[in-house]
Design a protein. Sequence first.
Length: 431
Amino acid sequence: MSKDSSFDLLEVQTASLTQATAKIENRTPKSSIIRGPYLQQGTDSSIIIRWATNIPAQGSVLYGTEPHKLLFKATETAITCDHTVKLQELESDTKYYYAIATSAEVTQSSEDNFFVTAPKQPKPTRIWVVGDSGRGNDIAAQVRDGYLKFTGTRHTDLWLMLGDNAYDTGTWDEYQQGVFEMYPQILRNSVLWTAIGNHDAGSASSEWQTGPYYELFNPPTQGEAGGVPSGTAAYYSFDYGNIHFICLDSYGSDRASTGAMLTWAAEDAAESDKDWQIAFWHHPPYTKGSHDSDTEIELIEMRERALPVLEAAGVDLVLSGHSHSYERSYLIDGHYGTSDTFTLQMMQDRGSGQEDNSGAYQKPSDAAHTGTVYIVAGTSARADEVSPHPAMHTSLSIPGSLVLDVQEKRLDVTFVDDLGEVQDYFTMKKG
Ligand SMILES: [Fe+2]
């Protein structure tokens, strides 16, 4: 035997051993869930359940209205690590339990795995809102726990992220830390609706709808959850009971008045016949916090171009982040210039909106230019200094999050700090 052929034999033996080891490992794969489960695009008859596994597999969701009788099953067609299962033909306003599985093996189930489909009729609704939450830090955890203490056993019907969901550049790892490891419990049983911020856009393209932000979330693009189809995941709308939500992209999409986004928004907001219209996006039209709405282009353009469209459609509430402050306006209309052009005539109500103080804000049903409240809620992971803006009733530098409670023609807004204490509140009534 030549020297060369003995080396060949050794190589063959080594290769066989490696293959045998691989076969043994393949027989006992350790499948684990590395992201989720989390809920997307909830409607009154459908929902999307997402999760990710470390090894590719075919995903299934078992579901039913009793926790230990998951009688229904939906299976995805692809073999993948990134699982997306849409459940359809569901009853409205109904609690379903679910388990996620790969191949035949149930990999995750618990009594925390449930969702409640959206109602067709008005229903008391609790909405949680976080802004600039994506730092994966102690403050974000405290703000989360403050809200959980505040809400107690009251289920969160849906929740909003106002952008900068993952610092510093919206990568997969940053989304893992800032979102999926920070909010595992609420992701599992409340549908999350997100807006894109400038930090998320560090790794995502609104034009091409690529990158972690666009790959992780499934907002409706074809009007699946109500509203006019936007044709893009960058901005979209949806209904929940008697509330219409409009999400805009203040960063990566064209903000021109005649552009696709604001043309769509005008049509969408005008067509809605819901009692309440709530719009949200990242860059605030009014702020004197860590950003200044008098000098920064995204903020100026959203104020000058989006606000006239939304106020004409009677939008009630606009939520933003970007500044790491809590700033809450009076009930105002028609303020599209810099802060030094704000006048008392722009105030539809010069009070606090607090029932135990100057009274709730009152609006007629579905009337154009009858007042909007603008809120910056960007302190869910950090609070920076803030100065007064003349449109603002309250300006605070306190870590916290926002709670919206809608009950028929009444909307209660509460700013809850990181200890679960109420730091601001007001009420708006319709009709
Ligand atoms: Fe931002």
